[in-house]
Each structure stands twice: as structure tokens, then as C-alpha cells.
Design a protein around this ligand. Sequence first.
Ligand SMILES: NC(=O)c1ccc[n+]([C@@H]2O[C@H](COP(=O)([O-])OP(=O)(O)OC[C@H]3O[C@@H](n4cnc5c(N)ncnc54)[C@H](OP(=O)(O)O)[C@@H]3O)[C@@H](O)[C@H]2O)c1
Length: 264
Amino acid sequence: MELGLGSKHALVTGSTAGIGYAIAKGLAAEGAHVVLTGRTQAGIDAALKRLRDSVPEAKVTGIAADCATAEGADAVFARVPELDVLVNNLGIYGRKPAFEIDDGEWRRFFEVNVMSGIRFTRHYAPGMARRGWGRVLFVSSESALNIPPEMIHYGMTKTAQLSVSHGFAMELAGTGVTVNALLPGPTHTENTDRLRAERAKAAGVTVAEIEAAFLRDHRPTSLIRRFTSADEVAALGVYLCSEAASGTSGAAMRVDGGVVNQIM
Ligand SMILES: NC(=O)c1ccc[n+]([C@@H]2O[C@H](COP(=O)([O-])OP(=O)(O)OC[C@H]3O[C@@H](n4cnc5c(N)ncnc54)[C@H](OP(=O)(O)O)[C@@H]3O)[C@@H](O)[C@H]2O)c1
């Protein structure tokens, strides 16, 4: 399938590792000019090297800025005035008992996971609309629909992203700009692998046992009965950013291994 990404300029927030890196790599492999973002220059340099080793023909650059803050966003906007493809990937997660989540933590999760994507979309989407073509993708989660009891503040932000992405899609109706949300399920990323390794060590069990217990106790509806890879998630993400996906806007597309137990 021709994805038509060859001449496009793309930026992925929080893309030095994990799903964001995998989407950036996938876009670069399709010939797009890709901008990586991360908080430190060292992280950017390492990600650029890794991506160029993996996709030697990649047209990729990086910006060290914290996309979770308004100041960091402004630093990115100053360096990259226009985009064709925006992937609002940056997001944080972490287990916390519901009654122990204080005001600051509720606000921090909202600020990082929701406001970041709003700021970037508000900045870049009007230009896409003026030029008659654009793609905005919010990386949400199956946790938007299956609120995880072990981190309801995270679930709140992922549900909010569905409202925000659908709302922007409506605002951009007829402009040639699509806005969609991607809903990964449990995914192997460097960060989640590290967290599971720590949990396994603390419990005196293997990582495989931790993963099996997680799927059994927390995601029993999984149809693939395993974690996805970041590249599996990126495959749908890259498609949604492409010309080929021109008929899809305002949608929430799952790559959750069937965790959400519903047909639509
Ligand atoms: N992993 C999963 O199982 C899973 C499942 C469903 C949905 N998702 C969603 O997918 C997205 C990516 O998840 P991921 O697991 O791939 O992410 P991740 O690896 O934890 O983080 C991706 C990047 O974000 C940057 N980052 C991390 N914390 C940050 C913070 N507090 N402020 C600013 N930047 C920060 C880091 O770059 P620097 O350190 O270089 O700044 C990191 O490379 C998120 O929106 C998440 O909710 C993930």
C-alpha cells in the first residue's frame, strides 16, 4: 500500500523511546521528514543514532524540549513553524490507589497527558487546514474505555483525549485535516518493561510470571493473550497519519489486542 508520506513533515511528542519512537521510526521509514522530541539533548542524540542505525535513509532531526509544558511547547513551535503530521504521543502513567491521588497529581496528569496535545494541536492544525491537508493523532489507550482501578487519574486523561480529538476533528470538518485517537493496549516499551522488571524483582518472581498475572488479573479480556510490541502499535499509528487514511477522522482506533470487549 502506498501511504503517501514521502513529502510530509511530521513531529512526534515524547519520541525518544517507546510507542512515540516506534511511530517516528515508522514515519521515517515511509520517507517523511520526522522531528523527535525529548527532554534532554543526550536522550535526543541517542534516539537519533538508534533511528538512523535502523533506517539509514531517515530524514530525522530532534529537539530537546519538555513538550508537557507551555514553555517547552513554545520552544518547539519556534523551531518548527509548520507541520503536516502531528502525533500527540507524550503521556505519563503510574499506579496509585484512588484515594491517595491528591489535587496536584490529578492536575499533573491532566497537564501532561491532555494539555500537551491540546497546545500542539491548537498551534499546528490551523496551518494544516489553510494548506488543505493534515493529520493529527492522539495516542490515547484502552484505559480510556476500561478505566484501570490501579490508576484512575491516568484513565481520566485517556478518556479526555477521546473527547478532545473528536472535538478537534469536528472543528476541522471539510478542511482535509483528520484527527484521530489511537488506543493501544498493554505494550512492551523500555519504560513498561523496566517497571515490570522492578515489580518482578520485588515479588521474587520472573518477568514472564508478572506479565501472565497482569493479563489474568487486570486485562482478562485480552484476545491475543500477550503484550503487543511498540512496532505493532506504530503500524496502525503510521497508517492513520498517512494519505491512505483520508477517509478516517474523529475515530478512536484500537490496537489493544482485543482488551476492550466490545465490537465497536
Ligand atoms: N506503554 C503502554 O503499555 C501503553 C499502553 C497504552 C497507551 N500508552 C500511551 O502511549 C504513549 C507512550 O507511552 P510509552 O510507554 O511509549 O511512553 P514512555 O516510554 O514512558 O515515554 C515516552 C517518552 O516520553 C518522554 N517523557 C516521559 N515522561 C515525561 C514527562 N514527565 N514529561 C515529558 N516527557 C516525558 C520520555 O522522553 P525523555 O525522557 O527523552 O524526555 C520518553 O522517551 C502514552 O501516551 C501512553 O499513555 C502506552
